[in-house]
Design a protein around this ligand. Sequence first.
Ligand SMILES: O=C(C[C@H]1NCCC[C@H]1O)Cn1cnc2c(c1=O)CCCC2
Ligand SMILES: [Mg+2]
Length: 485
Amino acid sequence: GLGLAYAKNESFGEWYSEVVVNGEMIEYYDISGCYILRPSTMAIWETLQAFFDVEIKKMNIKNAYFPLFVTENVLQKEKDHIEGFAPEVAWVTKSGQSDLEVPIAIRPTSETVMYPYFSKWIRGHRDLPLKLNQWCNVVRWEFSHPTPFIRSREFLWQEGHTAFATKEEADTEVLEILELYRRIYEEYLAVPVVKGRKSELEKFAGGLYTTSVEAFIPDTGRGVQGATSHCLGQNFSKMFEIDFENEKGEKAKVWQNSWAYSTRTIGVMVMIHGDNKGLVLPPKVANIQVIVIPVPYRDADMQAIFAACSSTVELLRAAGFRADHDFRENYSPGWKYSNWEMKGVPLRIEIGPKDIANEQVRVVRRDNGAKSDVQVASLVEQVTDMLSNIQESLFNAAKAKRDSCLKVVHTWEEFMAALNNKKLILAPWCDEEEVEKDVKARTKGENGAAKTLCSPFDQPELPEGTLCFASGKPAKKWTYWGRSY
Ligand SMILES: O=C(C[C@H]1NCCC[C@H]1O)Cn1cnc2c(c1=O)CCCC2
Ligand SMILES: [Mg+2]
């Protein structure tokens, strides 16, 4: 049948898989963990890319493209933390029937691809800052269960790699990029996120510190890392000898950052806004914002109805909206309503004989189902208001939902109760890694262990004498905890 077989609040995993397929965003592929990204996904990706690309170019960051392949000895250069990831690296070992002399890795990320050339290109302080970005795919042969957009063996992302003369410049850029990631989620995808710093245990091991934007999926009670912006310190410049002669003529190591967001952003948006009728797309990223559907009647003047639909589409396109019509004659209006609801189109316009007679159209919102009859004369104004209202109310609803899942705890008992109630937990923590590891060990289970998500930059008041919820030691910072993807 037309509808979904699974309900979001009953079988979330199955609901999600069905929605991304029926919504025509994803097609499953015959290699596990790999997915086909269909046009409506690419349209969303390109919208986010267009925004981010313009913003980084304002920061004088330039796009480049480095090879997909990495030699083994170069990849092993960051061996100190790579062993943690080694199983995820995919290797090319043959061409045709013959074995390659040396196996070649497919990039899981591009630090080791790029940094030997950073070392070659950076000589003096005039070569700094060097700021490059690339839009590409990466491969990580993950073993935990794959999830479209959220965890796949190949995904699209951008990876920024920058080098500065001073730590101050690097620190500043880390936060500028993080703010762009917040904007991608909150202004485009209508998803609320928290900005914060990763713990030493959760950060990128090769870096100095990691900042992230963290989202939360109320239906599963799991946090999801939305995007990351790392300061690498001088770790990689020591490893790859990326040094420069500073203005005093001394040899100095550069300070570096690396930052990324990926197609995971799209999966988070689907999880947050989707419902039991299918996708719900925020207007800012919807490829089609308004779909116009003719409603024929037996003795109606069909030509007049089709003409009214076409002129309505033209009117809306002229006003800058992404509008289209559905003239497929082998489907009923009712079938079309469900089909476009499944695909998450924010507004539907129905035009029948009565509408023609009254010089009006019937407008239906996807997010709340509200129907209204709008005079054609004020249609552009009404559609403008409705689309911005949909964008805003999707964000507000998601933020209210996320905030209703938030639980502030002070004791282990409260922590465990909140964790088992699918809550997003905010707890005072002593900031000791052993304690974090202990919490992981004590919460291990088939749903995975609890971990720190981030310590929010926006720290609530921490009264003197507040104790860590897990260790009882003096608390140092408020930290978000939860199970995660
Ligand atoms: O990729 C990063 C850090 C950094 N890479 C560049 C963009 C920002 C940020 O993601 C961490 N990381 C994650 N996953 C893997 C690796 C790895 O370095 C290396 C080997 C395989 C898997
Ligand atoms: Mg990983």
